[in-house]
Design a protein around this ligand. Structure first.
Ligand code: KIV
Ligand code: NA
Length: 264
């Protein structure tokens, strides 16, 4: 099967079709999701929380993102692999954004980068795309700005919808191939999708976006604790792994494992 390219996502929007995106941070999940037909794999900076155990996405470094990126590209064959530009790796200048993105593509072998922020970053997007680096925008709730936004809150409500549309239009004019929206009212998401030619991708943005994305540990039930309203759990991996670990420990303690068939 042919590799998923940015123009395939564009074609999906024109054809009125949807596509699915999941985060992945390692070889096996990348391989499993790729073979399951997930079109886009995101090496999210959510690896900071979901893999490294940090409280927010802010501490993850570009070097760490490159390690996860390389594992995901190694594990996948068909999916478009997109990596987040982590906090601190692009804000200073278009030059800084290019240098960081080149590292993600050269060392992490990803196919595109994602960047949080609105119209302010249009010049940076223009510089990146001129350099041959496809860019996915991320607007609405942007976790890297958690402390500026005052926590996890829905963005683009009421009068703020117009500003969000302006951001999406400016970023599209600058050359992004998709606009991801996080925690946005469904009505605002409809307006953004209609205002731009490129596909939108939603997480907590209702059902009108061309694409949807979830963090895999949320989607597969690996994580416990309070889940955001937008999460649907399609499996209970935590129970599966916990039961396996308990059974293994039990068999070790009782001398059942290893059996003769596991013994040289
Ligand atoms: O890092 C991440 O997981 C994201 C989300 C939009 C899924 O950016
Ligand atoms: Na992210």
């Amino acid at each position: 099967t042919a590799k998923v390219r940015t123009h395939h996502l564009q074609a999906a929007k024109l054809a009125g079709q949807k596509f699915a995106m999941l985060t992945a941070y390692d070889q096996y999940t990348a391989q499993i999701f790729d073979e399951a037909g997930i079109e886009v794999l995101l090496v999210g900076d959510s690896a900071s929380n979901n893999v490294l155990g940090n409280e927010t996405s802010l501490p993850i470094t570009l070097d760490e993102m490159i390690i996860f990126s390389r594992a995901v590209t190694a594990g996948s064959k068909r999916a478009l692999v997109v990596a987040d530009l982590p906090f601190g790796s692009y804000e200073q200048s278009p030059e800084q954004a290019i240098a960081s993105s080149v590292r993600l593509m050269k060392e992490g072998l990803v196919h595109a980068v994602k960047m949080e922020g609105g119209a302010y970053y249009a010049p940076t997007v223009r510089a990146l795309t001129q350099a041959g680096i496809p860019v996915m925008a991320h607007i609405g709730f942007t976790p890297q700005s958690e402390h500026m936004l005052g926590g996890y809150r829905v963005q683009g409500r009421g009068d703020a919808a117009a500003g969000m549309i302006d951001d999406a239009v400016a970023l599209t004019d600058a050359g992004v191939f998709a606009v991801l929206m996080e925690m946005v009212p469904a009505t605002t998401a409809v307006a953004v999708e209609a205002a731009i030619a490129v596909p939108t991708i939603g997480i907590g943005a209702g059902n009108s976006t061309t694409g949807q994305v979830l963090v895999w540990q949320d989607m597969a039930g690996l994580r416990t604790g309070k889940m955001a309203k937008f999460v649907k759990q399609y499996a209970h991996m935590r129970t599966v792994l916990s039961d396996a670990a308990k059974e293994y420990a039990q068999e070790v303690r009782t001398g059942v494992f290893p059996g003769p068939e596991h013994t040289f």
